[in-house]
Design a binder for this molecule. Structure first.
Ligand code: NAD
Length: 359
């Protein structure tokens, strides 16, 4: 198998319409695309934490245009996308939190399901678009709590509103692909991408393991963990982002053969329990910090979740490059540079370059 690389020459000058550019993954992807010479138009709500990666990396100054707007507003989205006249659309805007979705199901479905309908609907009238990647999640599958990884052809599901809304977003993507983008006259080729639990420097979201850990370490308090034995497919944020970039290029250059769903998860040994991730992070942090199990009753969350990524390995040549040890080292490195108030664009770009040259 030939291992695929993110191809800077392909991205140079490409016009990319990216939803969710103010978020954690969106800020990393904006930086990466801008560093390769792509012209990015972003569309998302304003960042909702202080600090946040979008401001820390000064993404606004790196991209062509940043629309601070709502994907639930179809007319506005259509206008912004058609003005951008993009070659590639990457859809990452979402309400991405499980616990928030239990409290706010209507908002979660409106954003994740109708938001995806609006993005795909907007692409229909724009002839320039050659590739659209819709980002969902590993949680879109019907979870059977088994030890095997889910394959792309397994049923969609989702117990909680977040997971289920992403299963619905997959079904929407599939219906749009079949109804509007499958005949040979359609130039836009549409795929979806299901990635694992993403970690990396610069995530300040509420209710996520690594941000909670860094906050606790910085405050010198023990980290409270809800479910230390829950197993997740952990991966550094650059891993799935490289998958999305390689997939978009394959859609753009080779068309329909790649217009389907794709898993981008870690190698089997990085499907690990929460407590092992925290132990690695604590070892790297190098100060006396600790964790404790939270006693409160928690809403349902899956215990066992794994992706089978054979399809991406064999057909796209995408393979994971950084294991969990490396990923946690990169987080510690990033956070320590941030604490030292140094230039964060520089350290982030250096991590992107290290990732690109890793074997
Ligand atoms: N972080 C993970 O572990 C993970 C894992 C699997 C999949 N994902 C998916 O990756 C994508 C990005 O996640 P993230 O971790 O960067 O989340 P994030 O919360 O950091 O970013 C979400 C982005 O979506 C935007 N957004 C939310 N509601 C919107 C609306 N109504 N209109 C316009 N924009 C809106 C936000 O402004 C932000 O830019 C999401 O689709 C998420 O479901 C994330």
């Amino acid at each position: 198998m030939k291992v695929a690389k993110v191809d800077s020459a392909f991205w140079k000058g490409k016009k990319v319409f990216l939803t969710g550019h103010t978020g954690f993954k969106g800020s990393w992807l904006s930086l990466w695309l801008a560093s390769m010479g792509a012209k990015v138009t972003g569309y998302a709500l304003a960042p909702n934490t202080t600090p946040n990666l979008f401001d820390v990396l000064e993404i606004d100054s790196l991209i062509e245009k940043s629309h601070i707007a709502d994907i639930r507003d179809l007319a506005n989205l259509q206008k912004a996308m058609s003005q951008a006249n993009p070659d590639v659309v990457m859809h990452m805007a979402a309400q991405p939190l499980v616990r928030y979705s239990y409290a706010n199901p209507v908002e979660t479905y409106a954003t994740n399901v109708m938001g995806t309908v609006h993005v795909l609907e907007s692409t229909r009238s724009i002839d320039s678009i050659r590739a659209t990647v819709v980002v969902t999640t590993d949680k879109c599958y019907e979870n059977k709590e088994w030890v095997w990884g889910y394959r792309e052809n397994e049923p969609m599901g989702g117990y909680d509103p977040y997971s289920n809304s992403k299963g619905c977003a997959e079904l929407v993507t599939s219906a749009y692909r079949q109804s509007y983008f499958s005949d040979s006259n359609s130039t836009n080729k549409v795929a979806s991408a299901r990635a694992g639990n993403v970690i990396g420097g610069g995530d300040w979201s509420e209710d996520r393991l690594i941000p909670d850990a860094i906050k606790a370490f910085e405050a010198n308090k023990p980290l409270m963990i809800r479910n230390p034995l829950a197993t997740r497919p952990w991966q550094h944020v650059l891993e799935p982002l490289s998958g999305y970039l390689i997939l978009a290029q394959a859609l753009y250059e080779q068309g329909s053969a790649f217009a389907s769903g794709w898993n981008f998860g870690p190698n089997d040994k990085d499907n690990r329990p929460v407590q092992e991730v925290i132990d690695l992070l604590i070892a790297g942090w190098g100060e006396s910090v600790s964790w404790e199990k939270e006693g409160l009753e928690q809403p349902h969350e899956a215990n066992l979740l794994k992706l089978d990524c054979s399809k991406a390995h064999s057909r796209l040549g995408w393979v994971p490059k950084w294991n969990l040890e490396t990923a946690t080292q990169k987080i510690v490195e990033w956070q320590k540079v941030y604490q030292a108030k140094k230039n964060m664009q520089e350290v982030s770009l250096s991590q992107i370059n290290q990732y690109m040259s890793a074997k």
